[in-house]
Design a protein around this ligand. Structure first.
Ligand SMILES: [Zn+2]
Ligand SMILES: [Zn+2]
Ligand SMILES: [Zn+2]
Length: 487
């Protein structure tokens, strides 16, 4: 017979149920369920100010902790003594440490050296209960355990051999974010299998050239961008387009019984005539051919001049600004990101990649954002929104702690995806590209072009195009700026 079964049933002083009462709380017998509820509601003790379970009266009849009232510390973790985070006989922190250590220990009993950062991330997380719950509900921990035992390799190849489901993707991202696995980008990793498939459909001589171009030029550039943290969905799409257009161009050569080595400028111009839409995407290949002596010195066909287009009237733009400034039903990060687009002409993809250190708050409470070189003071109430956001973004789960993104995403170590914010803006009638163009037009008509370029991080060509559209003149601005600088 267990000790509890021997207890007589009586009325619980808290819930009134006729139960076996296991504990005395505030001098009254309470049932098992009420004891648990009590144990989970630790508060500041009036005697010692520690966060404790206040189940005893002190001399002034104030509910106080066991220590302050000379009672046995029945609610304390048997390892560390804290009472604010119960998990059985231990606290959540100690329970998690015990479980994580057992999970990540190798055959020799110590934590697998490569998995130490995982152990630290798990144990130091702000909400141990959430992680303990993950241990019981997910198959992810068993993969970690198998890695610790040495049953499976700690590598990207291991994950490539597993189903690419949510659990495995999460774990892979976590290991990459913690530096256990080399950095990796899921969308980028999908390009290689896709390329191999495409190459298998081409004649050998074309496959060979395209393979070299794609791997050494296109993919290498994407990997560099990935390492710098500037890789976007758009860049990957553009890279795929370049590869496809190049494959078609090689097909066109065969069709016209031409060799890449004999290609003349006339041939190229003829191709450009027939395939206007593909010319831009072909430029990287032609440039590469020239650099690698594969082709002659051919000038890549001229890109048709891209004129900026403004389709959003300024009053609509200000209506959107008002909406985002004041509508609390829209998520805060969406409002801020949208306002950066609408007010500062920032591309949404770039806003998503902003880091926390691009925002500074002075002691006087002035909030500045540095989009490119120079900090810009944010006006009220945008500054207020940004400051509130800064206090909230720290609540991301343990797995995204190592990142410093201004808009951390759900995937460990990654920023929010552009689509997340874009879809929310579109749902409120705001088209980010049109909004950005309208903002650029407005800024170009009020701000000297070189300053526009420097502050917002535009290329001088882009800034000039916008200034031209806003019927402004380069030279006027240069003179204006020089005068400003002299003052
Ligand atoms: Zn009860
Ligand atoms: Zn106390
Ligand atoms: Zn403890």
């Amino acid at each position: 017979m267990s000790p509890r079964a021997r207890l007589p049933r009586q009325d619980c002083a808290h819930c009134g149920r006729h139960e076996r009462c296991t504990r005395i709380v505030l001098e009254q017998p309470v049932c098992q369920r009420c004891t648990l509820r009590f144990a989970r509601t630790a508060q500041a003790c009036p005697g010692c100010a520690n966060i404790r379970v206040l189940a005893f009266y002190d001399g002034d009849r104030r509910p106080s902790c066991a220590t302050c009232t000379g009672n046995e510390a029945v609610y304390a973790c048997t390892d560390c003594g804290r009472e604010d985070s119960p998990w059985g006989r231990l606290c959540g922190h100690c329970a998690l440490k015990e479980k994580a250590t057992a999970l990540l220990s190798g055959p020799d009993g110590g934590i697998h050296p490569q998995l130490r950062p995982v152990h630290e991330a798990l144990v130091c997380g702000p909400r141990p209960q959430t992680t303990l719950y993950w241990f019981t509900r997910s198959t992810g921990p068993s993969v970690l355990a198998a890695m610790a035992r040495g049953d499976i390799e700690i590598s990207h190849a291991t994950f490539e051999a597993m189903p690419a489901d949510k659990t495995h993707n999460y774990l892979r991202d976590l290991l990459a974010a913690l530096g256990v696995l080399p950095p990796f980008h899921a969308e980028l990793e999908r390009v290689t299998p896709w390329l191999n498939q495409l190459l298998s459909t081409l004649p050998d001589e074309h496959a060979e050239v395209l393979n070299r171009f794609a791997r050494w030029q296109v993919l290498r550039r994407l990997r560099r961008e990935e390492q710098r943290g500037t890789l976007t969905h758009g860049a990957i799409s553009a890279a795929r387009a370049t590869i496809v257009v190049t494959a078609r161009f090689l097909g066109w050569l065969t069709e016209h019984r031409m060799d890449l080595a004999d290609l003349t400028q006339d041939d190229l111009d003829r191709y450009a005539e027939q395939h206007r839409a593909r010319v831009t995407a072909l430029r990287p290949f032609l440039t590469w051919c020239e650099a690698t002596d594969l082709g002659r010195e051919l000038s890549p066909p001229k890109r048709p001049d891209l004129q900026p287009a403004v389709t959003l009237p300024d009053e609509d733009r200000w209506r959107h600004v008002q909406l985002l400034l004041h509508d609390d039903t829209i998520r805060l990060y969406t409002r801020i990101a949208g306002l950066f687009v609408l007010l500062y002409a920032q591309p949404l993809a770039r806003v998503c990649r902003m880091r926390v250190d691009q925002i500074t708050v002075t002691a006087a409470g002035i909030t500045r954002a540095t989009f490119d070189t120079y900090p810009i003071e944010l006006p009220d109430p945008l500054d207020h929104l940004v400051r509130t956001h800064l206090t909230r973004r720290g609540q991301a789960s343990y797995a995204s702690r190592p990142d410093t993104w201004l808009f951390p995403g759900g995937i460990p170590g990654k920023h929010l995806v552009t689509e997340n914010i874009r879809s929310q803006l579109v749902a409120r009638g705001i088209q980010p590209l049109a909004a950005r163009n309208a903002a650029m037009f407005q800024l170009a008509s009020t701000m000297p072009t070189p300053i526009l370029a420097e502050i917002l991080g535009l290329s001088p060509t882009t800034a000039t195009r916008w200034a031209a559209l806003a019927a402004r003149d380069w030279s006027t601005y240069t003179a204006l700026r020089d005068r400003a600088l002299q003052q």
